[in-house]
Design a protein around this ligand. Sequence first.
Ligand SMILES: [Cu+2]
Length: 157
Amino acid sequence: MSIHWRKHKTVAAATCRLIPYKIAVAVLGGIWLLQVSVVESLPSAAMTVAVEPGTDGVQRATIVMTSYSYTPDHLVFHVGSPVELILENQSLLVPHNFVLNDADADLHVEVDVAGGGRAVLRFTPTRSGTGTFYCDKQLLFFKSHRQRGMEGRIDIQ
Ligand SMILES: [Cu+2]
């Protein structure tokens, strides 16, 4: 009789210890789903920006990263002037990156931007061409961010 009681008590105690963990998982999962569903439902307008050099000769542009888009998603730069590209990740919980590997324009860039963070890319295009940039982040078995539309284009003229 006492063995049965002790066993019952152990199971009850283990269940009690699991409850805060289950609540935490449910809350975090809820926040994640809310962010993904709300942000994903926003229309991502395709936008082209032709970047002109500033008075110091630097071609400056900012790309805003959200789940799952870049704004603008099409940038045009000139050959020969240095580029300063600022990447701002506005997804607070989702890390994104910027991958650009283009043999044609000789551009090879890969940078991670943490949720809510920013990064600055500096390079000087040496020849004309067109390159596709994208985010290759992927959570578990879900579609990659690129498959969800997180992709853009850079033209060097
Ligand atoms: Cu991403």
